[in-house]
Design a protein around this ligand. Sequence first.
Ligand code: PRP
Length: 208
Amino acid sequence: MTREAGPPAAAPFEVLATRAQVTDAVERVAAELSTIYEDDVEPPILVGVLKGSTLFLADLIRAMPIAVQIDFMAISSYEAQAEQPSVVRIVKDLEHEITGRDVVIVEDIVDTGLTLAYLRRTLLEREPRSLRTVTLLDKAVRRIVPVELEHRVFEIPDVFVVGYGMDFQGHYRNVPQLVAVRDLPRLAAEPRLLVAPLFGAPQVRGAR
Ligand code: PRP
C-alpha cells in the first residue's frame, strides 16, 4: 500500500538573517557610530541591556575601531495590573558615572518602546553629554510609546525572534542567526521544539 505524500510539514521557524547577513549589517551600524565618536576626547560608554543585547554588543564593539567603554544594566518589567502597560524597574545599575559622558544604549529589540523610554528617562536624569540608542531589531509596528531611536540594524514585522542573543524561555540565545518562530503556541507547548532543527540531533551519550 502506498500512502499519498501530503505537503511537507512547514518548518516551525524561518531564518530572517543568516550569521553573515547579521555581521554585515552590524558592521554598517558600527561604522556609523564610530564616525560619530572618533574625534571625542573621552570614549563613549556603550550600555548593554541584559541579557538579550550581549552578543550584539560583543560584535558591535569589535567592529568599532575607536576607543569605547562598556557597562551593563538589567531591568525587569512586570504587569502593574491586568490590561495596564508593564512597569519597568532597574535590577542592576551602571558601574560608571555617566554625567558629562557620551552614552549609547545597546538593545537587542525595541518593541513597545516602554523599556527604552524608561531607560532614556532614567539615564537623562544623570545628565550625560549625549545619549543615543542602537538596537539590533526595531519592531516599530508594535510601538505603544514614541521613543527616540537613532540607529537600528534591522526593522522587522510583528514576529517573535530568537537567536543572536534573544531567547524563548531561556533557550536559543546561542543560535548564530536570527530566527522567526512561526508557531508560538506550539513552541510554548514544546519549548525545546527548535533544538534539533537548529542545532542538529542531540548526541547519544549512552543509555541512562
Ligand atoms: C527585551 C529587550 C528590551 C525589551 C523591549 O528584553 O531586551 O529590553 O524586551 O521590549 P519593549 O520595547 O516592549 O519594552 P527581555 O525582557 O526579553 O529580556 P532579555 O533581554 O533578558 O531576554
